[in-house]
Write a protein that binds this ligand. Structure first.
Ligand code: NG6
Ligand code: CA
Length: 502
């Protein structure tokens, strides 16, 4: 038998495959605060997630994939721009009236896919700011936003579910806004006469545990003050149904042109308010119930693709923007009812943290035609790489130079390269950056609180001394080897410093 060079064989396989599924549709389901250990196929024990597990059975489950940051805004910034968000001043957790954080002249993932001929849409959580420097004009044309950075269609939760305004924005306008009842928003002080959680806690159906005591909308007090726009308010219990409905409409309106849909779920972020279908069904309280609800979302999307005969030419990606958190500001018993379930899968830290629990997230890709079906990949991958990888997949030859951090890792995504990146950076919420190279991880020394100060009981990663862990031998980051390997510390610190200069 003729002996083919292994690399050649690999190349042949991928290119034949790529030719076959050239310009597949891409449905990217980006969840919020879902931990590595929250889904059954990643070892979660608390809640069954059959639809998500089904994706893993039909695709590749990545066990060494990272969001770039331990909070939402910077992770999403990286996914869309192909750059680390710490390069952009102010790209930390965005306020609800923040102006657009992505420069409209920058290269973005949707813009690249549009060049490749795709119709591009985003449905769900945005949290990257809207409008110019002064923020959005809520009652007029809300721009710039997704439509100015490469999306053809958008249906947004403007910031987060726990930040005002609690309204959907479709393309440039608030949905169902009555011009006689304009929306007013203030993040500094109370405006209008709508009750607040601080003044009238007796009106609340869900009580805050930290912050979240400003304007009450639907019995839940939020971050920020709001008045007006009554007819436009969303109903927390049907937000996922609304997002599924808009996603289905986007998918169904395809006319043969390939499409990219970013479905950015509100689940499982706070406030965790499950629809009646899921209330009390998980036995783990609202946090478990909204995991079931998230699984339902995935099921609905897969059924839609199936009924539209699109499964054979659509890539489905499933991931999360940062690690998990239990008490994130509302008394929803997440901590009390967690039982043996381990949302981080046993990793140290969680949302906000410099430890791996903050950024190592589930990532599943289902390719059409059963490519690498049912496999697990341990290749090192960062979500910042989607931009160049999908550019390569869709034959966009020249990605402009403003995309600094993204690498073409299509072979990893296809399951053909089991090594992946050699290094990546993780951004914690309050300060330290970490630099991972192969199995080493360096966390820069910084002075600050060792626990997230407002109450989620998560280690931040702050330590005055440098930290060095061997992730292969010590994935729980328990044994700081910095003193034992000073040269390694010096080497990784130097590399991180150099990267910051790029
Ligand atoms: C924090 C909020 C938290 C959440 C987070 C952003 C408080 C006490 N905590 O400031 O509830 O909204 O910001 O989460 O206000 S993220 O997933 O969108 O990054
Ligand atoms: Ca998040």
């Amino acid at each position: 038998m003729g002996c083919k060079n292994k690399n050649e064989e690999k190349l042949n396989t991928s290119s034949a495959y790529e030719r076959e599924v050239r310009k597949p549709n891409i449905v990217f389901i980006y969840t919020d605060d879902l931990g590595f250990g929250d889904i059954s196929s990643y070892g979660g024990t608390g809640v069954g997630t059959p639809a998500i597990d089904g994706l893993a059975e039909e695709g590749i489950a990545f066990h060494n994939a990272y969001a770039t940051a331990a909070t939402c805004t910077p992770s999403r910034y990286s996914l869309l721009t192909g750059n680390y968000a710490w390069r952009r001043e102010g790209a930390s957790v965005a306020k609800g009236d923040q102006g657009l954080l992505i420069d409209t002249s920058s290269t973005t993932l949707p813009a690249v896919l549009r060049i490749a001929g795709y119709r591009t849409g985003i449905v769900g959580k945005w949290h990257l700011g809207l409008g110019g420097e002064d923020g959005p004009d809520w009652n007029g044309k809300i721009a710039p936003g997704p439509l100015e950075i490469g999306f053809d269609y958008s249906y947004l939760i403007p910031a987060t579910g726990d930040r005002v305004p609690c309204v959907f924005v479709e393309n440039h306008h608030i949905v169902n806004l009555d011009p006689n009842d304009p929306v007013q928003i203030n993040y500094q002080e109370k405006i209008g006469d709508w009750p607040t959680g601080k003044e009238t806690p007796e009106l609340l159906t869900l009580k805050p545990s930290q912050g979240h005591n400003n304007t009450i909308v639907n019995g839940i007090s939020r971050i920020g003050y709001m008045v007006g726009g009554k007819a436009a308010l969303w109903d927390d219990e049907t937000v996922p149904m609304e997002l599924v409905d808009k996603s289905q409409k986007f998918i169904k309106s395809t006319s043969g042109q390939p499409f990219f849909l970013l479905l950015s779920t509100h689940d499982i972020h706070v406030p965790r308010v499950a629809n009646k279908m899921f209330q009390g069904k998980s036995g783990m309280g609202p946090r478990g119930d909204v995991i079931l609800q998230l699984d339902w979302t995935v099921e609905q999307i897969m059924e839609t693709l199936k009924s539209q005969n699109l499964l054979d030419n659509t890539i489905v990606v499933f991931s999360s923007d940062n690690g998990p958190v239990l008490d994130d500001g509302y008394e929803d018993q997440a901590r009390e009812l967690i039982g043996d379930h381990k949302p981080t899968g046993g990793m140290r830290g969680g949302k906000y943290s410099a430890y791996d629990g903050g950024t190592k997230v589930p990532l599943i890709i289902r390719w059409p035609n059963g490519k690498a079906k049912g496999t697990v990949s341990n290749a090192l991958f960062s979500q910042v790489d989607f931009l160049r990888s999908f550019a390569h997949l869709t034959r966009v030859e020249k990605v402009p130079d403003d995309v600094i951090d993204s690498q073409n890792r299509l072979d990893v995504l296809l399951g053909d390269d089991e090594v992946g990146r050699t290094s990546l950076v993780q951004e914690s919420y309050l300060g330290p950056l970490s630099y991972v190279e192969n199995s080493w991880k360096y966390i820069e020394p910084l002075d600050g609180p060792t626990l997230v100060p407002w109450g989620p009981i998560i280690e931040t990663g702050f330590q005055k001394q440098p930290q060095l862990y061997n992730l292969k031998e010590d994935p729980e980051e328990q044994k700081n080897l910095a003193e034992q390997f000073p040269e390694k510390v010096k080497d990784l610190r130097g590399k991180l410093t150099n990267l910051k200069k790029d």
